[in-house]
Design a binder for this molecule. Structure first.
Ligand SMILES: [Zn+2]
Length: 61
């Protein structure tokens, strides 16, 4: 199954709907992969405004 990244929150999922935003605006054209494990101490999570743990694309086209 191909993985797609949400254009809104950049969350990577395998379905056609973002499990977080419930939108279907997903793209399979993304670069970079960020795995957020700890939200509190993650500067990356802060910079990306990530609210949940998970795998995120750095850039979604
Ligand atoms: Zn999303």
């Amino acid at each position: 199954m191909t993985e797609k990244a949400c254009r809104e929150c950049h969350l990577i999922s395998q379905g056609s709907t973002c499990p977080d935003c419930k939108i279907t605006s997903l793209s399979d054209d993304f670069t970079g992969l960020v795995i957020i494990l700890d939200l509190k101490d993650s500067a990356v999570a802060n910079a990306m405004k990530v609210k949940k743990k998970g795998r995120y694309a750095l850039r979604v086209r």
